[in-house]
Design a protein around this ligand. Structure first.
Ligand code: ARG
Length: 465
């Protein structure tokens, strides 16, 4: 009867006219949620198995359902499945296909379940899978950063504040700063995984179900750590999607900052590093150009990932409990952040270890900016001069260097003594770039020995993941 009205077969019973064709398309999600097909089938198999274990389905019915679903999965993966917008979403497409295949038993699969707990289950399973892929890529990137940091542990470059040369640092130390940022991102991702990895299955539409279900079993079958605790919350909660999006936004913020540095450093003005040609593109009009497109694009993509976070926060902020159709809008921003993070991590993990440092250029740049002025001031303090006075003395010496275009370390002892008689021959130990970085030998400092220690600690930590 319902087929005569051409209403949706899953819920057409109480309807007297078919859905407007535009409305059917407008309300459908199958174009984008079909990517959840594997998790949808995985969730249905667990649900059917649980139903059989409590006697709601017979063993035979359960086996028929599992076989049918497995065949459908193969059909989808072979590209032979015909998705239908009339069937609205991935869940109803698969359920209808099951019934076409195995007949009346297919209609029993949805016992004690609603699309509301089904979709929440599917997204959690999907996100958990993607988190594991992303965690592996993030670890690969961190290893790439460590490999480059190890190579460049002794390489001296200017450290900046206000993008003005401040004090010399080692390139390895700078890279280990990137490592720390990424390490916090990894921690956030693992934290997000804990809350995503819980089973909402059994919450049904919103209130639970009157069947004697075993939520612990379906949770366990799906590899979740535990069932969620409240049925209303289970179908309405999308915190896991927001938490992932927040992780993604912050990760991309970090990668965007690193990208900005790479773009600056590859410019002719800095010329600190070379990116291999395979990560760059040319210009159709200017033959000399080699553009750092990969870092530029990563910097640009941070925008959409931030947008996705704001989309999801805004999506949820006014929804009364429990499920609302609004929630269908959770998928595209989440999928987009997942895809963007995966691509950006892949590009960076391939590119970073292939960065080549122009060590001489970095060294000369550190020398040009009076980066050891603080070291001279500290030296005078050690000779008994109050810091404010030594700051003044060094300022005068820098003024002379600026006027004569010479670094402090290029001045003779006599010239330096004109600024303070406390200056002795040992001043050159601190005025050199090597002396300056080596002196910062405490935990977290830029001395090559400390950088190597930080790398060793990081390697140990990564080995334990
Ligand atoms: N396509 C829907 C979504 O993505 C599935 C759940 C629909 N539930 C409902 N009661 N209309 O959220």
């Amino acid at each position: 009867m319902s087929s005569e009205k051409e209403t949706n077969k899953s819920w057409g019973g109480r309807f007297s006219e078919a859905t407007d064709t535009f409305v059917a398309r407008f309300t459908a999600s199958v174009d984008f949620d079909q990517r959840l097909y594997a998790q949808d089938i995985q969730g249905s198999i667990a649900h059917a198995t649980m139903l059989a274990s409590v006697g709601v389905l017979t063993e035979e019915e359960k086996d028929q359902i599992i076989e049918g679903l497995s065949d459908i999965k193969a059909e989808i993966e072979a590209g032979q499945f015909a998705w239908s917008v009339e069937l609205e979403d991935v869940h109803m497409n698969i359920e209808a296909a099951l019934t076409r295949r195995i007949g009346i038993t297919g209609k029993k699969l949805h016992t004690g379940r609603s699309r509301n707990d089904q979709v929440a289950t599917d997204i959690r399973l999907y996100l958990r899978d993607q988190i594991d892929v992303i965690a592996a890529e993030l670890t690969r990137l961190q290893k790439g950063v460590l490999a480059l940091a190890e190579k460049e542990a002794e390489t001296i470059m200017p450290g900046f504040t206000h993008l003005q040369t401040a004090q010399p640092v080692t390139f390895g130390h700078h890279l280990m700063a990137w490592y720390e940022m990424l390490n916090r991102d990894y921690g956030r991702l693992m934290d997000c995984r804990k809350r995503a990895n819980q089973s909402p299955l059994g919450a049904a539409a919103l209130a639970g179900t009157s069947y004697p279900i075993n939520r612990e079993l379906s949770s366990e079958l799906l590899g979740f750590s535990q069932p969620t605790r409240n049925s209303l919350d289970s179908v309405s909660d999308r915190d896991f999607a927001i938490e992932f999006s927040a992780f993604a936004a912050l990760l991309l913020t970090h990668m965007s900052r690193a990208s900005e540095e790479l773009v600056l450093w590859t410019s002719a003005q800095f010329n600190f590093i070379e990116l291999p040609d395979r990560f760059c593109t040319g210009s159709s009009i200017m033959p000399q150009k080699k553009n750092p497109d990969v870092p530029e694009l990563v910097r640009g993509k941070s925008g959409r990932v931030n947008g996705n976070l704001v989309s999801l926060l805004t999506l949820m902020k006014s929804q009364p409990l429990a499920y609302n159709k609004d929630n269908q809008e959770d998928k595209e921003p989440l999928f987009d952040s997942v895809d963007t993070v995966r691509d950006c991590l892949r590009a960076f993990a391939d590119m970073v270890p292939a960065i080549v440092a122009n060590r001489d250029v970095m060294y000369e740049a550190a020398k040009r900016g009076f980066s050891t002025a603080t070291d001279l001031a500290d030296y005078l303090v050690r000779k008994g001069i109050p810091f404010r006075d030594s700051h003044e003395i060094v300022g005068s010496a820098v003024a002379k260097g600026v006027a004569e275009k010479r670094d402090l370390s290029d001045m003779s002892l006599e010239e330096l003594q004109a600024f303070s008689p406390e200056i002795q021959a040992d001043v050159f130990d601190v005025l050199t770039l090597e002396g300056s970085v080596a002196a910062r030998a405490h935990l977290g400092g830029t001395a090559p020995a400390q950088v190597r220690a930080a790398i060793a600690d990081a390697k140990n930590a990564l080995d334990q993941r």
